[in-house]
Design a binder for this molecule. Structure first.
Ligand SMILES: Cc1cc2nc3c(=O)[nH]c(=O)nc-3n(C[C@H](O)[C@H](O)[C@H](O)COP(=O)(O)O)c2cc1C
Length: 370
């Protein structure tokens, strides 16, 4: 079974991950993973932390001459900001930020200093998840599966992408600093972010993760926890600030009659074929061979320069939030994290279906069915 754990605080020395269950023989290159780490660090609207960090993955175990050997793979990303905080006497944070983990986390763990909650709740942790996702992507690439993403909306500015083919959306998004395929909408998104920054406010938005080349039959209808749509929703929903997930245009589908929603089948060269993909690549909790579309809603960043009413836990008095260094908008970065989580779930489902202690055995089994 493929599984991973991460550890590390936002201002600790490093973030680490251990992945277990990878087949032996998988070539891994740090630079390939670092490209995604740089994409996560970028994006218009990010805060000052990203100017300090130069995220790069270091492999600590599980590799020999650049290939996995079946043993657990350990990885590390150093936090450069650690040096700046080491030994500093910081007064305890006692004013919880609404929308962040501060208040619930402090109550749950009996902590007086809210910073101790924020250290792990912070989305800094997503850097190591992107590295884990990079390993999953490397595995998927070997069997012809790719995972990408694009941003559809930021702060209410919506790109109109209906007429643009999926491949073009993904290609254009890769060269955009808001990951938006539509240049005109991207310009309005940047302006919206500038406006929010000037107003001391923050923004959320919508991104779509797309997986292509996925074989039929990953996941299963036979039991609730094997349904892949449920696994994907859980994996993306657990990213910090993600509050909505749909497979394909699920909410739009809900307003339409079935004959206008369900993807009709027609005879084709290799059996039945679809001409539409309103199911978003999944039927009965299984992949159906069409591109997988996972669309998510990210709430606005909880930390805002403009104060929000709160209560000082030290005094019980009404007060307002105290600003901490923060992003204004992190939707493009979150999309890269979304790719990592979707890649992870697909890699796990692939290994569950095809097994194989070696990459060679896995590839043979997948290719036999193609
Ligand atoms: C890539 C990314 C960057 C984020 N950056 C910040 C930030 O700079 N400041 C902040 O308050 N929240 C940020 N968040 C959101 C918080 O981490 C998140 O809202 C918080 O942990 C509470 O969790 P919840 O929103 O899932 O309930 C970011 C989220 C992501 C995915």
């Amino acid at each position: 079974m493929l599984r991973f754990l991460t550890a590390g605080e936002s201002h600790g020395p490093c973030l680490v991950a251990i992945i277990e269950g990878l087949p032996a023989g998988l070539p891994l290159e740090a630079e390939e993973i670092n490209q995604d780490l740089r994409r996560r660090q970028g994006g218009y609207g990010r805060g000052g932390r990203q100017r300090i960090e130069r995220d790069a993955v270091e492999f600590l175990s599980g590799l020999h001459e650049g290939r996995t050997i079946g043993s657990p793979l350990a990885m590390m990303i150093r936090n450069r900001d650690w040096e700046n905080w080491r030994g500093r006497q910081i007064p305890p944070w006692t004013r919880p930020r609404p929308g962040h983990a501060d208040l619930a986390g402090a109550r749950k763990y009996g902590l007086q200093d809210l910073r101790l909650v924020a250290e792990r709740a912070s989305a800094r942790e997503t850097a190591i998840r992107v590295a884990v996702g990079g390993v999953a992507k490397a595995l998927l690439k070997r069997v012809g599966i790719s995972v990408g993403s694009y941003v559809e909306a930021i702060g209410g500015v919506q790109a109109e992408l209906d007429e643009m083919p999926l491949g073009e959306r993904l290609a254009r998004a890769r060269t955009s600093d808001v990951l938006c395929p539509d240049e005109e909408a991207a310009a309005r998104m940047r302006a919206r972010i500038d406006e929010a920054r000037a107003a001391g406010d923050s923004l959320g938005g919508i991104f779509v993760v797309v997986a292509q080349g996925v074989p039929v039959g990953l996941g299963s209808h036979v039991h609730w926890d094997r349904r892949l749509d449920g696994q994907l929703a859980q994996a993306v929903m657990n990213i910090q600030a993600i509050k909505g997930v749909e497979i394909g245009p699920a909410f739009a589908n809900a307003a339409l009659p079935g004959t206008q929603v369900h993807d009709a089948l027609y005879p084709g060269e290799n059996g039945p074929q679809r001409r539409t993909n309103r199911a978003g690549g999944l039927e009965g909790g299984m992949t159906n061979g069409e591109p997988i579309l996972v669309r998510t809603a990210m709430k606005p960043i909880p930390t805002t320069l403009s104060p929000i009413p709160t209560v000082d836990l030290a005094t019980g008095e009404a007060t307002t939030t105290q600003y901490q260094r923060s992003d204004v908008c992190a939707v493009p970065a979150a999309a890269v994290v979304g790719e990592a989580m979707v890649a992870w779930v697909l890699a796990r489902a692939l290994l569950e279906r095809y097994g194989g202690d070696t990459l060679e055995a896995l590839m043979r089994r997948v290719n036999n069915e193609r």
